[in-house]
Write a protein that binds this ligand. Structure first.
Ligand code: NAI
Length: 247
């Protein structure tokens, strides 16, 4: 896949799936902007720049905060003057049954996982419209399709991401901007490391391919949507779960 001359934004890109996506796009020549609350985003950006010989910038801020998102897009405009690929990957999970979840925790998850897709997606469309080209890829989750006991805010946010993906896709198709979602199953990252061993064993039994997913598996699906191979696909959700949705 050729991403030379393309500029890609990856939110939550300092580690995990976001970093793997950024590396995959950089490997094929994309310039990279990483946005993350973690200060380590700057180090990740300079490591990617060095390893793949591309321009890469790390911007600190919360994608759930409107002002931070405006600052981020000011930097993108000033430094690159264009945005071709936007990957909404930043996310958090707070796990407890609905009856034990505070309204504050519910809101926090919705804001980071869903409000951010609205805020960043909106700014991305505004800049992409000028060039009449764009690829927006939102990271959902299979729990946004099937639900999951103990993840009320998380599953609702990820279902919301799918609804927003389809709406945005319909709104911007005429401007040659596609909007798609990737819904991973169980991927080995810091987010899933926190789960206790019993829960992990239960998940493993639910995966027909018999292994957890790797960050690179998600990155390949994102790269496909970002590439010209997917130019006639919009408003779709690609599940990357080793068959977990089948059980
Ligand atoms: P992670 O916890 O390793 O990485 C998430 C990144 O998002 C971190 O770098 C974090 O600092 C950043 N972040 C958190 N809040 C932010 C905010 N307000 N603004 C900007 N950045 C923020 O998690 P992982 O596993 O790499 O997850 C990435 C995405 O994939 C998330 O949206 C997650 O919900 C989704 N996902 C992960 C699955 C898994 O099994 N690991 C399964 C399905 C979906």
């Amino acid at each position: 896949m050729d991403f030379k001359d393309k500029v890609a934004l990856v939110t939550g890109g300092s580690r995990g799936i976001g970093r793997a996506i950024a590396e995959r796009l950089a490997k094929d020549g994309a310039a990279i902007v990483l946005a993350d609350v973690a200060d380590s985003v700057k180090t990740t950006a300079s490591e990617i720049a060095k390893q793949y010989n591309v321009k890469a910038v790390g911007v600190t801020g919360s994608v759930a905060n409107e002002q931070d998102v405006k600052n981020l897009f000011k930097i993108i405009s000033d430094e690159f003057g264009q945005l071709d690929i936007c990957v909404n990957n930043a996310g958090i999970s707070i796990n407890s049954l609905t009856m034990r979840t505070s309204a504050d925790d519910f809101d926090k998850v919705i804001n980071v996982n869903l409000r951010s897709v609205f805020l960043v997606g909106k700014e991305a469309q505004l800049i992409m419209m000028k060039k009449k080209y764009g690829r927006i890829i939102n990271i959902s989750s299979i729990v946004g399709i099937r639900g999951n006991a103990g993840q009320p805010g998380y599953s609702a946010s990820k279902a919301g991401v799918i609804g927003l993906t389809k709406t945005m896709a319909a709104e911007v198709a005429k401007r040659n901007i596609t909007v798609n979602a990737v819904a991973p199953g169980f991927i080995e990252t810091s987010m899933t490391k926190e789960l206790d061993d019993k829960v992990k064993e239960r998940y493993m039994e639910m995966i027909p391919l018999g292994k957890y997913g790797e960050v690179a598996d998600v990155a390949e699906a994102v790269a496909f949507f970002a590439s010209d191979r997917a130019k006639y696909i919009t408003g779709q959700v690609l599940v990357v779960d080793g068959g977990m949705m089948l059980t």
